[in-house]
Design a protein around this ligand. Structure first.
Ligand SMILES: NC(=O)c1ccc[n+]([C@@H]2O[C@H](COP(=O)([O-])OP(=O)(O)OC[C@H]3O[C@@H](n4cnc5c(N)ncnc54)[C@H](O)[C@@H]3O)[C@@H](O)[C@H]2O)c1
Length: 471
């Protein structure tokens, strides 16, 4: 059986994953036509905008889209047409944590995956390879297969593959150009292996063969949850140690450095912070917790649950330390929060620690001024209104101000809180910031970003996460 020669690819979901991933496929495979579709008209309009004001910010993304758009890369809301024309379809829709019903707060909301799958079955007039790109619970491919087989037209055959995405926001293009690995899961049948070979052939246009791993479907689905759980676990482990550092006078940077020198551990992902955010870590761990509970493995569920609990603890511990340091009250005080995105080099705010910090400061009735170089102002208001359901927008706007300049954000404030590790915060003229702040002027570094000694020489009182120095 010769592998299918993939000529046309469709990607359902033009978000943070579908957009960059399939734009890179189009760039690297000029012989393949790639159409990225979404139901969200304004998102597609932004992908198609003449001035390349793309709906997501990602370093290097504009250059990729500039080269491929209109050549073999297209963005459209015509989902049915794209499905019908393609040999291979990526399903890259959102899989957020369920908000209500069975598994609320833990399980993945799979209704976007299901409706995309049903759409494929309803409109496809020829056989397709359907690829799970979304992060899904183990054995979702089985449900997709049942839906496709029960609803498809006679003569249509579907092969389901799992091909989870491991890119990290902020470095997505580099991650896609040079992935550590590409994982492809398939049924171990001749048809499954044949479909797997077809997708491997697409990646083979730029990814070295030894980096394309082919495994069973369920291993592939579980590997994605496992990878995110283990990455987040490292952050929670180092954050747990940062609390011990603060209590003992040890320095978390020195501890991480020493620990990371062990070649079995390695230095990456050992940076203490105010907590991890983003659309994936928490969601995927909670998904793993839910899966473990459903499989009657309560000890396994409790183990992974603790990674998320530690992350919540870190955010509230940091907020509490701001209050305690500012003489046990921040009521009526003015605090600048630098950074709103969940990490640097992205405009994504999903599960960002900044929102939790601001909500905690508002609970104390502090006034907060926020600055972020990439997050849209409307997105900040949306996130804050969702995070503070007891506040009207009018009340929020009395206490929160959003500005477009970091120096202005810090002017006349009692304290500056660094919530995102944007490089530009390193380059701020801290002397000017100091001159215009109320005294004593405090800096709380939740990202181990600034040179605390330099700031202390200027006159700041600096509190850095994971360091036991007295301010
Ligand atoms: N964001 C990341 O860093 C990242 C990394 C790896 C994996 N993932 C996973 O990839 C998946 C997608 O994540 P994302 O961040 O791109 O989400 P996203 O919310 O940015 O994008 C999903 C898109 O799918 C569209 N959509 C939903 N249902 C649709 C349908 N039936 N037809 C057409 N379009 C539809 C939505 O309108 C939205 O634009 C998730 O499962 C996520 O867990 C995300």
């Amino acid at each position: 059986m010769a592998p299918v020669n993939v000529k046309k690819i469709c990607c359902i979901g033009a978000g943070y994953v579908g957009g960059p991933t399939c734009a890179v496929i189009a760039l690297k495979c000029p012989q393949i036509q790639v159409t990225i579709v979404d139901l969200n008209q304004s998102r597609i309009d932004a992908w198609n905008s003449p001035d390349f004001s793309l709906p997501i910010y990602e370093p290097g993304l504009v250059e990729v889209v500039k080269q491929a758009r209109g050549r073999n890369l297209f963005f459209s809301t015509d989902v049915d047409k794209a499905i019908n024309e393609s040999d291979l379809i990526f399903v890259s829709v959102n899989t957020p944590t369920k908000k209500t019903g069975v598994g609320a707060g833990f399980g993945a909301d799979l209704h976007y995956v299901e409706s995309a799958t049903r759409r494929i079955a309803a409109v496809a007039t020829s056989s397709k390879i359907v690829v799970e790109k979304s992060t899904v619970p183990c054995r979702t491919a089985e449900s997709m297969r049942t839906i496709l087989e029960s609803n498809c037209r006679p003569g249509c055959h579907f092969d389901i593959l799992s091909n989870p995405e491991f890119l990290a926001e902020g470095t997505a293009i580099n991650d896609l150009f040079k992935p550590d690995r590409v994982l492809i899961g398939s049924l171990q049948t001749p048809e499954g292996k044949n479909a797997s070979a077809a997708l491997a052939g697409v990646y083979g246009n730029w990814v070295p063969k030894e980096r394309v791993l082919t495994v069973g479907l369920w291993s592939s689905e579980l590997s994605k949850l496992a990878a995110n759980a283990m990455l987040a676990q490292r952050i929670s482990s180092i954050n747990a140690l940062s609390a011990i550092c603060e209590a003992t006078g040890a320095n978390i940077d020195e501890v991480s450095h020493a620990v990371g020198f062990d070649s079995r551990i390695g230095p990456k992902f050992l940076k203490a912070s105010v907590g991890f955010g983003g659309s994936c870590f928490q969601k995927d761990i909670l998904n793993l917790v839910y899966l473990s509970e459903s499989l009657h493995l309560p000890e396994v569920a409790a183990y992974w649950r603790q990674v998320v609990d530690m992350n919540e603890y870190q955010k509230s511990r940091f907020s509490r330390s701001v209050v305690e340091t500012l003489f046990n009250t921040i009521t009526g005080k003015h605090i600048a929060v630098l950074g709103f995105a969940f990490k640097a080099d992205t405009g994504d705010t999903r599960e960002t620690a900044a929102v939790t910090l601001i909500r905690n400061f508002l609970a104390e009735r502090a006034y907060v001024t926020v600055y972020d170089p990439k997050v849209e102002v409307s997105q900040m208001w949306q996130d804050l209104t969702e995070a503070c359901p007891d506040w009207t927008l009018e009340q929020l706007q009395k206490y929160v101000t959003i500005v477009h300049d970091p120096i202005e954000a810090c002017k006349d404030k009692e304290a500056v809180v660094i919530a995102t590790e944007w490089k530009e915060f390193l380059e701020i003229d801290w002397q000017t910031v100091y001159n215009h702040m109320s005294k004593p002027a405090f800096v709380f570094d939740g990202r181990l970003l600034v040179d605390a000694e330099k700031l202390r020489k200027i006159g700041f009182k600096v509190k850095v996460i994971g360091r036991g120095e007295r301010v």
